[in-house]
Design a protein around this ligand. Sequence first.
Ligand code: CDP
Length: 222
Amino acid sequence: MREPFAITIDGPAASGKTSTAYQVAEALGFHHVDSGALYRAATAAALRANPAGNWNEPAVLVAARIVEMEARKASFCPLLAGEDAEGEIRGEAVTAKVSAIAKMSGVRDWVNAQVRDLADLHDVVVDGRDIGTVVLPNARVKVFLLAEARERARRRLLQRLGREGTDSELDEEAAKLAQRDALDAVQTVPAPDAIMLDTTDMSQAEQVRQIIDLARAAGASE
Ligand code: CDP
């Protein structure tokens, strides 16, 4: 049996990793694994267990036992206590706390083990921050997505509100992203062999196409 093929897509908050990774996986017949969704699911589980939010690592790991990955057509998605919780894990409360939870080394080990288990068995496109460096250093294709802060804020607001943000909304969102970038800076470093893609002026379709081309050139086939 041939070795499973892994593509990693890393980059800062709202650089378009998750939607791009999903579309690349769908086009190639791979599975998308969103490592950020696992950090978010652990955070949501910790918030359910203790809404006051003064957690320690063992308590988070116990709370995270309600998280399991469900295989869907082109992705693996985290369930909370057996149920879809997409709205909850993408919500403001989780976003505000997730970087603190992601600093816990036991939580990082827990996410990394799940990602590696899936990559051992399936062709995957994994998005995150440290996937090409720490989690899957032998991945066949590594991409690091960049985009200017204001453009990232614009995209995130469009996704959340379904319309363009006003100037003050853009300022507020850009400030929140900058804060999260600072908290996540340690683990958000491109692998030496990653291809850097600045998507500030690129359409979604174009960035998906470029990554598919890189994957095909590296031997991926549907
Ligand atoms: O999509 P967005 O950029 O908002 O973030 P995400 O990919 O959903 O990740 C949420 C949070 O999880 C990040 O802000 C990081 O704190 C953490 N994370 C991480 O530390 N390492 C990863 N490989 C992925 C996410």
